[in-house]
Design a protein around this ligand. Structure first.
Ligand SMILES: Nc1ncnc2c1ncn2[C@@H]1O[C@H](COP(=O)(O)OP(=O)(O)OP(=O)(O)O)[C@@H](O)[C@H]1O
Ligand SMILES: [Mg+2]
Length: 399
């Protein structure tokens, strides 16, 4: 511990300094209050100030008053050396900011015990300041965390609302879609009869005969387009309803490698011409509790996206399965162009799509994320080092 002495009486100053050094303290001594103050301003607290009360020009009281105005005041223990010894004197000294008094001529044992008390108080104050800093840091961290959590909550609340609204809309759209689909199928079925009848009914002399004939001829194609359109609407409404529904109850024991193979079979039509599938199945867990249909839906979404991303030129899809003690890991990498710019941050947001209108609803990945999180797992996306997209799925072994 450092002790600063301010004492104009040279002999007392040296005697005190020598004693303190003998007791193992680091001592800096000044014969003038002003010099001592200059030093204190740049010295690193904590330290003890041992100052004579009465000094010409800049007294011990002046020193203490200056220190009182500084924020590190608590880290400088202030002892006044004084011949003044009445209660009134002490009250006055305390009011100015002194914390202890040593009467002159001084008794070494009193000096030692006052210094010891000062040392203890300073150690306590330093520990307190350290503790406060830690609490402050912790509080700031907690505040940040709370802010982040609040943002996440608002975000997931918004997504849940979108889900609910979409499910409602999907339900409303579903009924009329069913009528259109049923009726158009009936028209298609009876079209050959209608066509024959209509053709025979057009008089040879009819002015718009060529136009009518053209309409009749194109009708099968028009009907097919309607059927395709209706199918697309049904697919979208089914996705929306799936997004809003919350069914993880139908879990059973299944093998993830088999689920991957079944999903590949289901999208075989889309992959068979120009996509090469590489399987690194090193999974050691034979069965896991999952909702197989839902998990297969996730794989299908990823495979279709990969095929879409690679386009006509095709490429590779590399599938790796492995596990540690807690998790099964499924990696699906493609050799397409990968995610552009900041898209990777948005792909799990409902309705985010970069596909042309009519091609993607932007629900595939958000549904997949929902399914995986309902299995207490995680799904992450990133670009591979050598290009292409990589999806990493973690599923807990004990679900
Ligand atoms: N393998 C991939 N490579 C590059 N981009 C991808 C890949 N997978 C997904 N994406 C990007 O993520 C977006 C969102 O994918 P998501 O499956 O949610 O919707 P979508 O495929 O556009 O439509 P939907 O799946 O509903 O038909 C895609 O439009 C695409 O921009
Ligand atoms: Mg998709």
């Amino acid at each position: 511990m450092k002790i600063i002495i301010a004492e104009d009486d040279k002999i007392s100053n040296i005697v005190i300094a020598n004693l303190l050094k003998k007791w193992g303290y680091e001592v800096v001594n000044f014969y003038d209050g002003r010099e001592a103050w200059k030093y204190i301003q740049s010295a690193q607290p904590p330290f003890i100030l041992l100052s004579d009360w009465m000094m010409p020009g800049f007294s011990g009281i002046d020193l203490i008053k200056k220190i009182k105005t500084r924020e590190y005041e608590n880290l400088i223990y202030r002892i006044l050396l004084t011949a003044k010894n009445t209660v009134q004197d002490k009250i006055e000294g305390l009011e100015y900011g002194a914390q202890a008094f040593i009467k002159k001529p001084f008794d070494p044992s009193e000096l030692k015990s006052q210094i010891k008390i000062g040392e203890k108080i300073l150690n306590f104050e330093s520990a307190q300041i350290e503790q406060n800093k830690k609490i402050q840091l912790y509080a700031e961290k907690m505040e940040k965390l709370a802010e982040e959590r609040a943002k996440q909550l608002v975000h997931s609340d918004r997504i849940a609302t979108i889900g609910l609204l979409s499910a409602g809309v999907a339900h409303e759209i579903n009924n009329p879609t069913t009528f259109i689909s049923g009726n158009v199928q009936i028209i298609k079925q009876y079209w050959p009869i209608i066509e024959k009848y209509l053709t025979s009914q057009i008089p040879n002399s009819a002015e718009n005969r060529p136009k009518l004939e053209m309409i009749i001829e194109e009708m099968p194609e028009i009907l097919n387009d309607i059927i395709d359109g209706v199918k697309r609407i049904s697919k979208i409404t089914a996705s929306l309803r799936r997004y809003a529904c919350n069914d993880t109850t139908r879990k059973s024991k299944a093998n993830i490698n088999n689920s991957l193979d079944r999903s590949l079979e289901l999208v075989n039509n889309k992959l068979k011409y120009n996509i090469n599938i590489v399987k690194n199945y090193t999974l050691e867990i034979n069965k896991t509790m999952i909702n197989e249909n839902e998990i297969e839906q996730v794989f299908i979404n990823i495979f279709i996206n990969a095929a879409d991303a690679m386009g006509k030129s095709g490429g590779d899809i590399v599938i790796t399965t492995r596990n540690n003690e807690e998790y099964i890991e499924i990696l699906i990498e493609d050799s397409g162009p990968g995610f552009k710019n900041n898209d990777v941050k948005k792909i799990f947001i409902p309705f985010f799509t970069t596909k042309e209108p009519g091609k993607g609803t932007g629900l595939g990945m958000s549904i997949s994320q929902k399914i995986i999180s309902e299995h207490n797992g995680k799904i992450m996306a990133e670009n591979c080092e050598k290009g292409g997209a990589r999806f990493r799925i973690l599923l807990p072994i004990r679900n």
